[in-house]
Design a protein around this ligand. Structure first.
Ligand code: NAG
Ligand code: NAG
Ligand code: NAG
Ligand code: NAG
Ligand code: NAG
Ligand code: NAG
Ligand code: NAG
Ligand code: NAG
Ligand code: NAG
Ligand code: NAG
Ligand code: NAG
Ligand code: ZN
Length: 442
């Protein structure tokens, strides 16, 4: 089916304020001529069910702003060009789906208890709820990558590891049809690896909306969804965020909302402009060189790049790392370049349910330690899972992972109580991972 659609190149999503609001190309648009072809092809294949679905769409295919604000039917998404359908050509955000005229990927909610009631105390010296443009530590370069994780993450992490450099990843939860970060093994592994190798994980929202345009409620919802998804992977979520398109005005109440949610709002001191010419390495190198040329010898730089632009994430990063070490500057995370203790970069969610953790998720993750809980469905398995829990605490202690081991032990203790009471009482209460919820000790 897919091959009959007009497949448009998935251009990396761009976010400078200076960009025209309407892209020149039309994401998600379909050529009606090809709709007819699609129907014929399905008829020939004798696939009656698929044909009837497509036919219904063909009869009432239009939706959205340009189409009298018509909404699509249940479960259908309204593409940018105003057609109803399913799949990432119609449903993926931010490019392909018109929100509010049907379903969009942004409407998906990660599993697990929400973070609505979490304490969000301000900690550390870095201001909350206002834009941060510069590093404060002299002679540091903060490398930041938006819109990941992506197909470039692993190679980028290899490059950073080869020189021992730490960077900051502003990750978005469910963009560009890549699947939810906490439900896609590739992205789960990428985010765990970022964390394990000393990089900072920050939020770039769940669905990449223009936050200025949203109501306070929708802003908080989108931020919290990304919190839950990241916490499903790492059992912690960021206190640093970068708004998509750098759009989060004070007048709209966005900055106040970010303050209430406990976020540092990170802009940049130099935009690599990788989005302007995504294949032109020398243009990016020129931009970087002239930015660095204007910096004082004891200055600093907070650079913005895009992870999905391969020439930027891979080639430009290689160039920068070579160049910057010659200058004697240090590459660091945003948190480090602002002098903020790594403990302040994240919060621990008040509530967690292991059954809703990401595939192979950590219930405790810190300093290279990933504590897991084996899934159980009866009392016997609960006890086995609990024994393995304590084994991990011992291993954790042997490896001197400090506070992480105490956190893990707390969870094992909760589980021990749970296993002792489940499956035995009248009425018989179930003994399953999904019914075991624990509270994280702050
Ligand atoms: C569609 O919605 C937009 C924005 O809400 C509004 O400005 C416009 O008048 C509506 N059009 C119709 C035909 O209802
Ligand atoms: C979060 O969970 C609480 C408790 O279950 C519930 O009362 C609240 O409505 C939820 N909030 C959101 C935004 O889902
Ligand atoms: C990422 O890689 C996978 C397989 O390696 C491929 O199917 C997919 O199209 C790629 N995505 C992008 C955005 O390049
Ligand atoms: C990178 O982060 C790790 C873990 O926080 C830290 O031990 C290491 O010193 C950092 N490297 C640099 C160059 O700052
Ligand atoms: C974000 O929304 C605001 C308010 O509607 C608008 O002024 C601004 O241009 C939008 N930014 C982008 C990049 O679309
Ligand atoms: C790439 O950028 C450089 C420097 O801005 C410019 O001179 C060159 O023409 C560009 N190349 C292409 C193919 O656009
Ligand atoms: C950086 O260097 C300039 C010029 O040499 C000097 O005026 C300034 O005080 C220095 N700033 C810091 C933070 O050392
Ligand atoms: C980027 O680096 C790759 C090797 O990793 C190389 O094949 C490619 O030609 C480079 N691209 C540019 C634009 O220099
Ligand atoms: C509770 O159910 C389990 C299996 O589901 C069974 O082995 C156990 O005997 C039951 N206990 C009581 C008190 O009914
Ligand atoms: C009739 C028609 O417009 N056919 C187009 C369908 O889409 C392909 C590209 O996928 C075009 O090459 C055809 O011209
Ligand atoms: C003190 C300092 O370096 N301020 C700079 C922070 O970044 C903005 C945006 O690039 C510059 O305009 C400031 O001069
Ligand atoms: Zn972005």
């Amino acid at each position: 089916m897919q091959s009959l659609f007009v497949l448009l190149p998935l251009l990396p999503f761009l976010h400078a304020l200076s960009l025209p609001r309407q892209p020149l190309w039309c994401p998600g648009s379909r050529n009606p001529g090809n709709d007819t072809q699609l129907q014929l092809a399905l008829l020939e294949s004798g696939n009656g069910v698929a044909y009837s679905i497509i036919k219904r769409q063909a009869e009432e295919p239009r939706c959205g702003l340009s189409q009298g604000n018509r909404s699509c039917g249940f479960g259908q998404c309204c593409s940018g060009a105003g057609f109803c359908g399913t799949g990432s050509n119609f449903c993926s955000v931010p490019q392909n789906c018109q929100r509010n005229y049907g379903f969009c990927d942004s409407d998906i909610t990660p599993a697990g208890p929400n973070t609505s009631d979490d304490q969000r105390n301000a900690r550390g010296p870095v201001p909350y709820g206002q834009f941060i443009f510069n590093c404060t530590t002299p002679q540091t370069l903060a490398l930041t990558y938006d819109d990941g994780p992506s197909n470039n993450t692993q190679e980028l992490l290899d490059i950073l590891r080869s020189v021992g450099a730490n960077a900051t990843f502003f990750v978005s939860g469910i963009t560009n049809g890549k699947g939810a970060i906490d439900r896609t093994p590739e992205w789960i592994n990428a985010i765990k690896r970022m964390d394990a190798e000393g990089h900072q994980i920050a939020s770039h929202t769940w669905s990449h909306p223009n936050l200025t345009d949203l109501s306070s409620e929708d802003r908080a919802l989108d931020m919290r969804k990304n919190e839950r998804a990241i916490a499903n992977i790492l059992n912690k979520y960021p206190t640093y965020m970068r708004p998509p398109y750098l759009a989060c005005t004070s007048a709209s109440g966005c900055l106040t909302d970010m303050n209430n949610l406990g976020y540092h709002v990170v802009d940049n001191s130099l935009d690599s402009q990788d989005w302007a010419n995504p294949n032109n390495l020398s243009a990016m190198v020129d931009t970087f060189d002239s930015g660095l040329g204007q910096a004082l010898p004891n200055g600093s730089m907070l650079l913005m790049q895009h992870e999905r632009i391969s020439v930027s994430a891979i080639n430009l990063t290689r160039y920068i790392l070579m160049d910057i070490t010659q200058r004697g500057w240090k590459v660091s995370t945003v948190g480090d370049c602002l002098g903020d203790d790594p403990q302040n970069w994240y919060r621990t969610p008040a509530r967690t349910e292991p059954a809703t953790m990401a595939i192979d998720g950590c219930v405790v993750s810190s300093n290279g330690f990933c504590g897991t809980l084996d899934v159980f469905t009866n009392k016997q398995e609960c006890d086995d899972s609990n024994r393995n829990c304590y084994t991990q605490v011992d291993d954790c202690n042997s490896a001197n992972k400090g506070a992480a081991c105490d956190k893990m032990k707390n969870i094992c203790d909760f589980q021990s109580l749970y296993c002792a009471s489940c499956g035995t009482m009248t009425p018989n209460i179930s003994c399953e991972t999904k019914d075991f919820a624990f509270t994280n000790q702050q």
